[in-house]
Design a protein around this ligand. Structure first.
Ligand SMILES: Cc1cc2nc3c(=O)[nH]c(=O)nc-3n(C[C@H](O)[C@H](O)[C@H](O)COP(=O)(O)OP(=O)(O)OC[C@H]3O[C@@H](n4cnc5c(N)ncnc54)[C@H](O)[C@@H]3O)c2cc1C
Length: 355
């Protein structure tokens, strides 16, 4: 849906997005050292001077870039190891801990009967945090229903986005969790008034349509280099350059900011090359360094948010009469009453404060 909306906007500005064309390989052009031949799945080959790797976390562009040299200090000598592609790893090393967002399930559903009351107010985010788990419910209303048909039936009811953390000890959720799995999560973790359990809810509510569902595991990683050359200038943006947990919803915002600054850098570089064909890559390298630093900041920010959200109700300090999570909840409840605090948090999360 997001891609369609963005695609329509681009079309209205005269930009054509060509789909589907899957990149499968890249190699330096044999006749021109500043050009790369990019191969597509359908056999087409395009000669490029600039390549923007905006192809997501499993970026083929990133993995096709020149070899990365890794220096490893073993007992008595430095061993040089090479791996294909640009390295992509957590700047702080692998995180093996179990936190609230280590694995999550998300789904859009409609209910029968339709929930009413404050919980169903469009635009409101309803959240419940437990020790080691949370449940989110966001009513989307029926503005997008015209686009949706499931199992041959048009979607007429209000759509709700369900999000639920799955503790590691509960095992791995299925790939596209079925209706029964989502229903079970709602009955276990959701607010009583939307459960199908008659002992909790006098008017049991059941999932009617499952629009889509997905599971994901979150981790943080950043590309060792955001700019390199394989003949053409290759620049990575968005999830191809960095990924982090969805805490704070920063991924898409950061990707869009990368793209905005990229256009400025590439335009400047093209203009500089027009004036002097031997111009170096300082403009592109500066762009890459700035975006790399920004991504490191955002990864750190999302990790801190995640730690804050993952405080549990059974962890106490010796001097505290209640758990750290209870203190967090109290502080949030008090601060959340102030408009300026809400605006500050919204500004921070929007990414506009950290361009
Ligand atoms: C559950 C979840 C919730 C999230 N919530 C938020 C949120 O609230 N706010 C937020 O800002 N971010 C959020 N994010 C993160 C956000 O979705 C990503 O950061 C963002 O989509 C990254 O955009 P991208 O264009 O870099 O990559 P993608 O969206 O992954 O797009 C990559 C594109 O490249 C194409 N592609 C891939 N391989 C090739 C190839 N070989 N050849 C050609 N094309 C190719 C794909 O088809 C795709 O269209 C969330 C992520 C998840 C998983």
């Amino acid at each position: 849906m997001t891609e369609r909306v963005l695609g329509e906007k681009l079309q209205s500005l005269g930009v054509q997005v060509q789909r589907p064309h899957r990149v499968v390989g890249m190699k330096q052009n044999e006749n021109d050292s500043r050009i790369t031949d990019v191969s597509f799945e359908d056999g087409q080959v395009i000669k490029a001077r600039y390549i923007i790797g905006a192809d997501g976390a499993r970026s083929i562009v990133r993995s096709q870039c020149p070899l990365t040299l890794l220096g490893e200090l073993s007992d008595d000598y430095l061993q040089i190891r090479t791996i294909a592609g640009i390295g992509f790893s957590d700047p702080e090393g692998p995180d093996v801990g179990d936190n609230l967002l280590t694995q999550m399930v998300s789904a859009d559903v409609t209910f029968e009967p339709e929930p009413v009351g404050p919980l169903a107010l469009e635009g409101h985010l309803n959240g419940t945090i437990f020790s080691g788990n949370f449940f989110l419910l966001t009513p989307f209303g029926n503005r997008f229903n015209g686009e949706l048909i499931r199992d041959g039936k048009p979607t007429t009811k209000s759509i709700f986005r369900v999000g639920c953390a799955i503790p590691m000890k509960s095992g791995e959720p299925p790939h596209a969790p079925p209706k029964e799995y989502i229903q079970d999560l709602i009955d276990t973790y959701g607010p009583a008034c939307i459960t199908s359990n008659p002992s909790l809810n006098p008017t049991p509510v059941k999932i009617d349509q499952l629009i889509w569902s997905s599971r994901f595991r979150s981790r943080s990683a950043i590309a060792d280099r955001t700019f390199t050359r394989l003949g053409a200038a290759i620049l990575l943006v968005g999830d191809a350059a960095h990924i982090h947990s969805p805490a704070g919803g920063q991924g898409m915002n950061l990707a869009i900011r990368d793209a905005i600054f990229l256009t400025v850098a590439v335009t400047k570089h093209i203009q500089a090359c027009a004036e002097n064909p031997d111009v170096d890559d300082t403009i592109l390298q500066e762009f890459a360094d700035t975006r790399h630093a920004r991504a490191v900041e955002i990864i750190d920010y999302s990790k801190k948010l995640l730690k804050f959200a993952s405080l549990t109700y059974d962890s106490y300090a010796w001097w505290m009469p209640c758990s750290v999570a209870s203190i967090r909840d109290l502080v949030l409840r008090i601060l959340g009453r102030f408009d300026f605090v809400q605006s500050k948090v919204a500004w921070g999360l929007s990414g506009l404060g950290r361009r």
